[in-house]
Design a protein around this ligand. Structure first.
Ligand SMILES: Cc1cc2nc3c(=O)[nH]c(=O)nc-3n(C[C@H](O)[C@H](O)[C@H](O)COP(=O)(O)OP(=O)(O)OC[C@H]3O[C@@H](n4cnc5c(N)ncnc54)[C@H](O)[C@@H]3O)c2cc1C
Length: 475
């Protein structure tokens, strides 16, 4: 039977779009099918609160996109994407009017850590100096023959620690400890668990080497730029089409699924050998998130001045409080004083709210599948470090884990990373293989963040899945 397309990609998240672009670069005919009405998956923007206020439904801050070896090769700026760098990538308020700040410069950051200045420089300098070479090593399956074994080995010695042991062995001052704890908490692992330190090192390293930028106009511009590159190469996109079974996808020589293992089992389970099905069934999802967006009458009135110059603010206080919040999540309890990740785009991009008005984007980690309403607790944490915050709120919008999964089936139980990133699943993602994108069905691939290198907007899962298809099917 004739193939309608060379390749079909199911799902238009950053990984689906990256896979489609990579295949179209080889002059293949490519169709992307997206279940939602709009493209983008985790890179979508919408007026969630009031007219004229543009919020990011999922991702907002993009060190991984700017640092992505594949996205860097694409003419995304020519296709409408503009990066904005806040004055400071990140601030972390502490007691009084104090805050730890991650500056672009390691020297400036370390200079504010007093007795920990040398320890901070020692921790990050090697990583940042060799960022480009190391990024290529991290952003592919862990099982590979490294091009830079010494660099990777040196990084691994630090990264394989738990963040609590790294924090206590290297730092004495509260600001350095809190800053690293906040970075490491992006792992969704308890800080006592390995390899949570790896996330702190990579995100801190990205802050110093590429920055933590946001796209002008909102994250949707990343999806639109990728889609525009794809169309310029002859690719097609159709929205509002959910593929429920393999047979429903148009005939193609290669079909790539930007979905997680649980969905793939529903879509293709009856075609999979039981051994592979068993392995996918054992794939574990991580905690979820409770997401909030605010329309504000003014900027957030932070006690610590530095917070008003940062794109991202980690709101929780001392490192022990961050550790407690993440531990509670892992034990299945909605945290009493959550670790809140907050972004304030309109301090740097006035296009996203009416003149003089502002938006804030915030989420906290919650147990997998939790529908507990965290509104009061999230607002309470912000108010603690910015008294008067509640008085600035014009409107709010929230999404619990179930509502998020309803909008995007990849957010299983509210897990935003496509599966837990513990030691086991960093290596076996979703299965232990040199090419984990390949499934046992010839010509069928997985390309979502449930494959290496995992969560975040970088498109590298899609890129590597497309490379596997190019090698197997389109030699
Ligand atoms: C609240 C939140 C905040 C985040 N913050 C950040 C951040 O600041 N920075 C960052 O780098 N990352 C962030 N992330 C993570 C990031 O968004 C994801 O890791 C990334 O989007 C994963 O890309 P993906 O292409 O694998 O999947 P997704 O982006 O989830 O896209 C999957 C797409 O496939 C579609 N789909 C699923 N099933 C089907 C089907 N059967 N048929 C057709 N279409 C289907 C979905 O509708 C969706 O559009 C955040 C995520 C969330 C939810």
């Amino acid at each position: 039977m004739a193939h309608a397309y060379d390749a079909v990609v199911v799902g238009s998240g950053p990984n689906g779009l990256a896979a489609a672009v990579r295949l179209a670069q080889e002059k293949l005919s490519v169709l992307v099918l997206e279940a939602a009405k709009t493209i983008g998956g985790g890179v979508r923007s919408a007026e969630l609160t009031l007219p004229g206020f543009t919020h990011d439904v999922c991702s907002a801050i993009h060190p991984l996109a700017l640092g992505s070896p594949f996205f860097r090769q694409l003419p995304l700026e020519k296709h409408g994407l503009r990066w904005i760098h806040p004055d400071f990538p990140l601030a972390h308020p502490l007691s009084g009017a104090q805050a730890a700040v991650l500056h672009r410069s390691i020297e400036t950051t370390a200079g504010e850590f007093g007795q920990d200045a040398e320890a901070y420089k020692k921790l990050f300098s090697h990583l940042v100096r060799n960022w480009d070479d190391l990024a290529v090593e991290f952003l592919q399956p862990m099982l590979h023959w490294p091009r830079h074994p010494w660099l990777l080995g040196r990084f691994g010695l630090k990264a394989l620690h738990s963040s609590s042991s790294l924090i206590q062995s290297r730092f004495r001052s509260e600001p350095a400890r809190a800053l690293f704890a906040g970075l490491a908490a992006h792992s969704f692992l308890p800080l006592e668990q390995r390899p949570s330190a790896a996330f702190g090192l990579v995100l801190g390293g990205l802050g110093h080497s590429v920055g933590w930028p946001l796209p002008k106009g909102g994250s949707q511009y990343i999806a639109e730029a990728l889609a525009s590159v794809l169309r310029s190469l002859g690719g097609e996109i159709k929205t509002g089409i959910r593929v429920e079974h393999l047979d429903e996808a148009p005939l193609a020589r290669a079909t790539l699924f930007d979905v997680t293992p649980r969905q793939f089992l529903r879509i293709a389970g009856d075609r999979l050998p039981s051994s592979y099905r068993d392995r996918l069934q054992k794939f574990r999802y991580g905690p979820g998130v409770f997401k909030m967006d605010f329309a504000l009458s003014s900027p957030i009135p932070w006690k610590a001045e530095a917070c008003a110059r940062a794109g991202t603010v980690h709101v929780c206080g001392a490192w022990e409080e961050v550790a407690l919040s993440e531990r509670q999540v892992f034990e299945g309890k909605p945290p009493d004083r959550p670790f809140v990740l907050l972004a304030q785009p309109t301090l740097f991009d006035t296009t996203r709210a009416p003149a003089g008005k502002h938006i804030a984007w915030a989420y906290c980690h919650v147990p997998h599948g939790s529908t507990f309403d965290m509104t009061v607790r999230i607002e309470g944490q912000i108010e603690r470090f910015a008294p008067g915050f509640r008085d600035c709120i014009l409107a709010r919008h929230s999404l619990d884990t179930a509502e998020m999964e309803q909008r995007n089936a990849n957010l299983v139980g509210g897990d935003i990373n496509g599966g837990l990133a513990d030691l086991r699943q960093l290596i076996a993602r979703p299965v232990l293989s040199l090419t984990p994108y390949r499934t046992p069905i010839p010509g069928v691939y997985l390309c979502s963040s449930s494959t290496p290198p995992g969560g975040g907007v970088h498109g590298m899962c899609g890129f590597h899945a497309a490379q596997a298809a190019l090698k197997d099917v389109f030699v």
